[in-house]
Design a protein around this ligand. Structure first.
Ligand code: HEM
Ligand code: FES
Length: 442
């Protein structure tokens, strides 16, 4: 068949048209083969919904929804124009839009699983973070670009929530509230995720203070409180403007725990219910406090959270993402230079545009870091990646070459931010990633 006879897929967001040149490939596979970044966390298994697209034109030219798609659309209340790219085959021209762009957006998808009305009680970890006087300081300071700095600031404190499987419930003035476990998950995982988010926020704020706010004489201080318990959760409000609503004593208590930081001069406090959710010795703790909150008859014990006792790979990786991929093209260029020096014959395996390939690689690495908090998706995602690498002609011997080249590039790019702990975390994660992919190589 000549190129003109293939159906055309028009990606409207980037205004790119590509031929659908393999009738056995899904829309997702077509994106990948044309080097169009398209998130697919579960590796095309119809589970994660990150490959979702909106069909703008030509819906009749797409195969009917599979059972997996029908089930997903029912639970998430999608209209008919939303489809899973990993489940769709194409018969004629179509125009589509990819709906999930960044790894951070993935967690917003969890909100689709929250029922209409105040229907369900769910066990969640709740994180309150208060930023002492930041907006006041910012508004008083007329010398800098407020909009820019406020946006940077909200991203800095919001990202650690999203990257750890949480959802942002609300920003109220100087306060941000994160919820962990809205779509399920074990008690231990939800509390660990919340603790990691709190530590990640502190880390990110320190970084912001040192790198961006120092010239403005601003120094943000935070207080974070984490609690775990059952709360009623739902979507409430006007039919045209429904909002996530969470109600219950554990929420109020989390807010009070957060405030208590001010009384005792700590940065992160967790409740006993959080501490009991994880095996003994998980957290590195500081001081312990006993207090009775207003409206409670019992005394509560609070613990100062200082860190994880053992290396937490995800926390390390997340805190390095900002400076590691500041210049993604440079990262990829240096990485491939190393691979081709060590294994010159690997060069022939790469048939397409190397700059785009580099972008796909760093996009994938970022998405892998954040999907470490969704291991069930990550495993099948790596199976998919491993199988496609086998088709690209990649054999087992190449994996150690790629692993060592990547570690050397990471160390170089981290520069003075490099620590033995950080390198150990990257090595652990990449050994896992290549090990999983390698299982499927020929
Ligand atoms: C950490 C492990 C690796 C990651 C995260 C990774 C990531 C990627 C990604 C995202 C793509 C774009 C296409 C796709 O998504 O299927 C790709 C393509 C490719 N990768 Fe990898 N890769 C890894 C290991 C390797 C190894 C060990 C080799 C061996 C030399 C290799 C060679 C290739 C080749 C030949 C292509 C296709 C390029 C083309 O068609 O021009 N990759 N890789
Ligand atoms: S649902 Fe399509 S990739 Fe996960």
């Amino acid at each position: 068949m000549s190129e003109e006879n293939y159906p055309i897929i028009h990606y409207t967001g980037i205004n790119q048209k590509v031929p659908y040149d393999d009738p056995d490939s899904t829309i997702l596979e077509c994106s990948i083969s044309h080097q169009i970044p398209h998130l697919h966390e579960c590796g095309g298994n119809g589970r994660c919904s990150t490959c979702r697209i909106r069909v703008i034109q030509g819906s009749k030219n797409i195969s009917p929804p599979t059972m997996k798609e029908q089930e997903m659309a029912r639970i998430r209340r999608w209209d008919q124009s939303v489809r899973l790219a990993c489940q769709c085959y194409v018969k004629g021209d179509i125009a589509i839009q990819r709906l999930v762009w960044t790894s951070a957006e993935i967690n917003i998808l969890q909100l689709e699983t929250v029922p209409e009305g105040m229907a369900e009680e769910r066990a969640i970890a709740i994180l309150f973070c208060d930023i002492r006087n930041f907006t006041k300081m910012a508004f008083e300071n007329s010398t800098f670009d407020m909009a820019h700095i406020l946006n940077r600031f909200y991203t800095t404190i919001g990202d650690p929530i999203l990257f750890n499987n949480g959802v942002i419930y609300q920003y109220i003035g100087d306060e941000i509230i994160g919820l962990f476990g809205v779509a399920g998950g074990t008690r231990e995982k939800n509390c660990r995720d919340a603790a990691r988010a709190a530590l990640g926020m502190n880390y990110a704020i320190e970084h912001l203070n040192q790198m961006e706010l120092v010239d403005f004489d601003l120094n943000i201080k935070t207080g974070i409180g984490i609690n775990f318990g059952k709360a009623f959760i739902g979507h409430l409000g006007h039919p045209k403007h429904k909002q996530l609503a969470v109600v219950g004593d554990p929420i109020n208590t989390a807010s009070r725990i957060q405030s208590y930081n001010k009384d005792v001069g700590t940065r992160i406090l967790i409740s006993q219910s959080v501490l009991r959710s994880v095996p003994e010795g998980t957290f590195e703790l500081g001081k312990e406090f006993a207090t009775t909150f207003a409206g409670h008859e019992h005394e509560s014990t609070l613990y100062e959270l200082k860190g994880f006792k053992e290396l937490d790979v995800q926390l390390e990786l997340q805190s390095s993402m900002d400076f590691l991929f500041t210049n993604k093209d440079e990262f990829a260029e240096k990485f491939y230079e190393r691979v081709f020096t060590k294994a010159p014959e690997a060069r022939e395996l790469f048939k397409k545009n190397m700059r785009d390939q580099g972008r796909l690689l760093t996009h994938m690495l970022g998405s892998i870091v954040y999907s470490l908090s969704r291991p069930e998706n990550l495993k099948s995602g790596l199976e998919f990646l491993g199988r496609s690498h086998s088709r690209y002609g990649v054999t087992k011997e190449y994996y150690p070459v790629v692993l060592s080249s990547m570690m050397e590039t990471i160390e170089e790019q981290l520069g003075e931010n490099s620590t033995p702990q950080l390198l150990m975390a990257w090595e652990k994660a990449l050994t896992y990633v290549t090990g999983e992919m390698m299982k499927y190589s020929g």
